[in-house]
Design a protein. Sequence first.
Length: 218
Amino acid sequence: MTKKIAPSLLSADFSTLKTEIETVENAGADLLHIDVMDGHFVPNITLGPFIVSAVRKCTKLPLDCHLMIENPEKYVDAFIKAGANMISVHAEVIQDEKIFKTLRNQNIKVGLALNPDKPLNQIEHFLPHVDYVLIMSVFAGFGGQVYLSKSTQKIKDLVRLRRKQKLSFEIEVDGGIKLDNVSEIAHAGADILVSGSGIFKSKDVKATIQSMKEKANE
Ligand code: DX5
Ligand code: ZN
């Protein structure tokens, strides 16, 4: 299956957001990754449904909302109304699979996100209920961090687990992905590669996305 590149808007220039979105869309981005942070689950605050609905007006790309928030069940409806197509919630803040069922009933692709210190054996029971697993390759909270190399083995372990459980969820990887490590991460088994600073802080956004796609798929 073709690997997807998901620019993370966190590193975009929000003073010219529409242009930033058009640039990545025209360059071949497959979806837009939107980082929602609440200042509680992570020590940073970013944006909410209000901005997601503005982004929705600028693009036809699927909007992938990564909720780094406590009590996600309280807010998911607002993100759906704003135009989210994919919503991931963190394993660290949910007790059971109820939220996944609610979202799937509304035709939203649901993701389970996990921080680097969350082992796969603690989330195995959630896997049959999700469309994708978001492996954080940095600790959630900020863009521009360095890829944690142990994430590559975690991706490979998750691929094995997926095969063992005969499931078909996608594997999304998020944090520190740049041109120089995108092949390693894709070859380990990532299906969706999120990149914020690696794309938006590069000299030529279009060329970067195109070569990321090539490297991920070669
Ligand atoms: C971090 C966010 C990431 C971040 C990635 O908490 O979830 O999506 O924007 O940014 P880079 O690619 O710069 O590490
Ligand atoms: Zn993210």
